[in-house]
Design a protein around this ligand. Structure first.
Ligand code: ADP
Length: 589
């Protein structure tokens, strides 16, 4: 190394000047040109005269470009700024041209790290850049062409697609048209339907209005019915009060029986009538227990029958008071009414004290019995005298005397019949009637009675159809009286129609006797009461009688386990029937 001579400063600069790479050295903030080699001067299109000038003085065209600013930054901050293919506008041959450079501004520092100069190197890459730009341009055109072609193709494809779409569209349009048509048709149909439903709606509406009217009317009717009900209810209440007052005034006892549970609800008065304390709740059995033994079975049977719905309930009976032991005659009248549920019935009624009436009746009966008894003795002797006279008169053969005596005998017989009737009633009432039973043929008895009546009642023609084999076990006289009674009534109540038919038939082991006339007949109002004691049909008051014949007949037949009844119509005659059990020897054995 000792043989080699170190280059001096100028020599170094000379070397730098020779490099192909455009090189320059600048100093200071304004990039004062210290040195620029030929290559750099060529770029700048300048000569050595730029040495010692600031960059912008040397190249005024750089004003407005970023380079002076970069130099200042490198100088002040001691850094390196480089660029690749950076464009710079330079004046060449008096014309502004754009060049491209790869450049570097490097701060050269001393040992104190102070910037002493800026090494500026630049390589003109304008050709490269422009070539590339041309290439790029070319390629971009090619690309554009390709793109155009591709676009064209795409366009063609799109066109085709468009055509297809168009076709589809036209198809769709057709379809749409079809759809439209069908829609129109449907709309039309719907409109029709709608108008039909509108009509229907209107009809329903009208009907509804009618119903509404009816409802209003019904409502009014209901209101009216309600009013009427209220009135009826008020009336009922009034009536109930009146009834209660009447019951209280008449001093009636009241009772109520539940047909199923047999609960017995009684009023205070009823308990009094049976001789119980007012507070003592009595049972049906207790009430029945106070009835005299003689009447108890009869009342019990009547009560059970009425509760079962068979027959009415109107019974009179004596009771012996439970506490006071007083005998009272009571009359009970009841009415059975089915409950709405149909499961049970209510048996309600009143009980009244008829002791006074009974006492009066008793007195009357006693009086009648006494009178009848007293009348019987003179009548018997009168009858005896007439019979003696009749026998004597036969000798004289005086017609007048004979017929007068006959008439007298008839009247005495009639009177005897009446007196006997009264006697029988009083006997019946006091339970003193006794049946005198014997075996006889009922037909024979009828024969006898009819024969007697023919003699007595010469005004009428009595027909009798007898029947075979009619054995009975009965009271001959009393049954005879029944037939006599029916025959005399047939004569009495048929003053103009002369025929009377008596029949006799055997039905179901019973002998049935019928007495038929063609007289005045009996009205509906009276028919059920004919057999009551002292009952007489009002319109027949001019015909003599006491209303005891049928009553006695009914009692006599009942005591023989038979029945008596009548079939009649007003103005069309009447048929009275009674039946008696046939006597059967086999049963007796
Ligand atoms: P009397 O005849 O004494 O009045 P009865 O007891 O025999 O009493 O009869 C009761 C009533 O029945 C009579 O008053 C009469 O009105 C009616 N009667 C009875 N028999 C007949 C008959 N054959 N035709 C029409 N009415 C009759």
């Amino acid at each position: 190394m000792s043989d080699v001579q170190l280059l001096d400063k100028n020599q170094l600069i000379e070397v730098l000047s020779q490099t192909k790479t455009a090189t320059a050295i600048h100093i200071g903030e304004d990039a004062l040109i210290q040195m620029a080699n030929q290559a750099m001067l060529t770029i700048w299109d300048k000569d050595q005269s730029v040495i010692g000038k600031t960059l912008e003085d040397a190249l005024p065209e750089l004003k407005g470009q970023p380079f002076a600013q970069m130099f200042k930054k490198v100088w002040l901050e001691g850094i390196t700024i480089s660029g690749v293919e950076t464009a710079a506008d330079l004046k060449v041959d008096g014309e502004m041209k754009t060049f491209y450079f790869d450049f570097e501004y490097r701060a050269i520092k001393n040992e104190f790290n102070q910037t002493i100069c800026i090494l500026h190197t630049a390589i003109d890459v304008t050709d490269r850049v422009t070539n590339r730009q041309l290439m790029e341009e070319y390629y971009s055109k090619e690309l554009a062409l390709e793109r155009e072609q591709a676009l064209n193709e795409e366009l063609a494809a799109s066109n085709e697609e468009l055509n297809a779409v168009n076709e589809e569209l036209s198809q769709s349009q057709e379809e749409l048209l079809a759809l439209n048509e069908s829609l129109e048709r449907r709309v039309e149909a719907r409109v029709k339907e709608l108008s039909a439903s509108e009509a229907r709606y209107r009809r329903i509406s009208d009907e509804l209005a009618a119903i509404n009217e009816e409802l209003t009317a019904s409502n009014e009717e209901l209101a009216l019915a309600h009013e009427q009900l209220k009135e009826t209810f008020d009336e009922l209440e009034d009536k109930e009060i009146a009834l209660r007052l009447a019951i209280e005034a008449a001093n009636f006892g009241t009772w109520h029986i539940h047909s199923e549970s047999r609960a017995f609800i009684t009023s205070v008065r009823l308990r009094e009538l049976f001789g119980y304390d007012a507070t003592h709740e009595i049972t049906i059995e207790e009430a029945l227990g106070q009835i005299t033994e003689e009447y108890r079975p009869y009342v019990t049977e009547k009560l059970e029958n009425a509760l079962a719905g068979n027959g009415d309930y109107d019974v009179s009976y004596p009771v012996i008071g439970f506490n006071d032991k007083k005998i009272r005659w009571l009359r009970a009248i009841g009415n059975l009414k089915a409950d709405k549920s149909g499961e049970f019935s209510s048996f309600t009624g009143v009980v009244m004290d008829i002791s006074v009436i009974k006492k009066d009746e008793q007195r009357k009966n006693d009086f009648i019995a006494m009178v009848s008894h007293e009348l019987k003795t003179p009548l018997t002797s009168l009858n005896g005298y007439i019979q003696v006279l009749q026998r004597k008169a036969i000798v004289f053969q005086d017609k007048f005397v004979n017929s007068s005596l006959e008439m007298a005998a008839k009247q005495v017989k009639k009177m005897t019949g009446m007196v006997n009737g009264f006697l029988n009633v009083s006997r019946l009432e006091s339970g003193k009637i006794v049946l005198n039973l014997s075996h006889f043929s009922l037909t024979d008895l009828i024969d006898v009675v009819v024969e007697e009546s023919r003699l007595m009642e010469t005004s009428h023609i009595i027909n009798f159809q007898s029947c075979e084999h009619t054995p009975v076990y009965a009271d001959y006289d009393k049954i005879g009286n029944v037939i006599v009674n029916l025959l005399s009534n047939a004569v009495k109540y048929a003053p103009t129609a002369k025929n009377i038919e008596v029949t006799c038939t055997v039905i179901n082991q019973m002998v049935q006797v019928g007495v038929r006339d063609h007289g005045i007949g009996i009205g509906v109002k009276d028919i059920n009461r004919l057999f009551d004691r002292y009952y007489r049909v009002e319109s027949n008051s001019q015909v003599s009688g006491f209303g005891i014949g049928l009553y006695l007949s009914a009692e006599i037949i009942a005591r023989h386990n038979g029945t008596i009844w009548v079939e009649s119509e007003f103005g069309k005659g009447a048929t009275f029937y009674f039946n008696l059990p046939l006597y059967q020897e086999e049963i007796k054995m």
